[in-house]
Design a protein around this ligand. Structure first.
Ligand code: PGA
Length: 247
């Protein structure tokens, strides 16, 4: 099993000045990390992040990518453009994209395909809403979301990262219990096992109100291979304590 991955998702936060301070602290604090570390930042900051993180232990990524290669798609950013800033990762299908921008399973699957074709690792986000959980549909929903990505990406599927983010836990302070999260991760793991001969390569991250206090317990579950961290990734000490809790 590879090292765990702790990835920050800054969402639509940051400024040149604030990023400079945060990135310098992360680069210094993560230098001896035993896990892999990354930050997924707003696209306009990729040049700054590349400048400050090249040669450090912290990798970087984007938060979205266009499903198109190039052309008349105003406002979109292509995988090829991201690649020019040496991004290693790209979030796809974050629940905020699915919810506020109407991203479907099929669209998320083609975004993952674009990223893979450009040599970028897509971090494919899946997760159920509160209503879906209460209706007992959690497994069905996450399996359907992942199945679309498996269907479109076939033999490349061992190159993706999966992030299980229950929508009701994102930014709410409510975390899935380690046992609840582990259960869903095990479901996703067996789905991947059936789809690739190298399921062990696929990291399955947990996301949703992960913080310095709850990270160690979540990260000690057998099928939790890291974290996708929103709010707590904006404060260097908080993010670095999560990094320290990973293996
Ligand atoms: P949160 O966000 O850690 O603030 O809950 C996680 C995410 O949306 O990726």
């Amino acid at each position: 099993m590879s090292k765990q991955l702790i990835a920050g998702n800054w969402k639509m936060n940051g400024s040149l000045a604030a990023n400079q301070a945060l990135l310098s602290a992360l680069a210094a604090g993560a230098s001896g990390a035993t896990c892999q570390v990354a930050v997924c930042v707003p696209a306009p900051y990729l040049a700054q992040v590349q400048g400050l993180l090249t040669g450090t232990a912290v990798a970087w990524g984007a938060q979205d990518v266009s499903q198109h290669e190039a052309g008349a798609f105003t406002g979109e950013v292509s995988a090829g453009m991201l690649r020019e800033f040496a991004v290693r990762y790209c979030l796809v299908g974050h629940s905020e994209r699915r919810q506020y921008h109407g991203e479907t399973d099929a669209l998320v699957a083609s975004k993952a395909q674009r990223a893979l074709a450009a040599g970028i690792t897509p971090i494919v986000c899946v997760g159920e809403t509160l209503a879906e959980r209460e209706a007992g549909r959690t497994e069905e929903v996450v399996k359907r979301q992942l199945a679309a990505v498996i269907h479109t990406n076939g033999h490349c599927i061992s190159e993706i990262v999966v992030a299980y983010e229950p929508v009701w836990a994102i930014g709410t302070g409510k975390t899935a219990s380690p046992e609840e999260a582990q259960h869903v991760h095990a479901v996703l793991r067996s789905q991947l096992q059936a789809a690739t001969t190298h399921p062990e390569r696929v990291l399955i991250l947990y996301g949703g109100s992960m913080n310095a206090a709850n990270a160690a317990q979540l990260l000690s579950q057998p099928d939790i291979d890291g974290g996708l961290v929103g709010g707590a990734s904006l404060k260097a000490p908080d993010f670095l304590s999560i990094v320290a809790a990973a293996r």
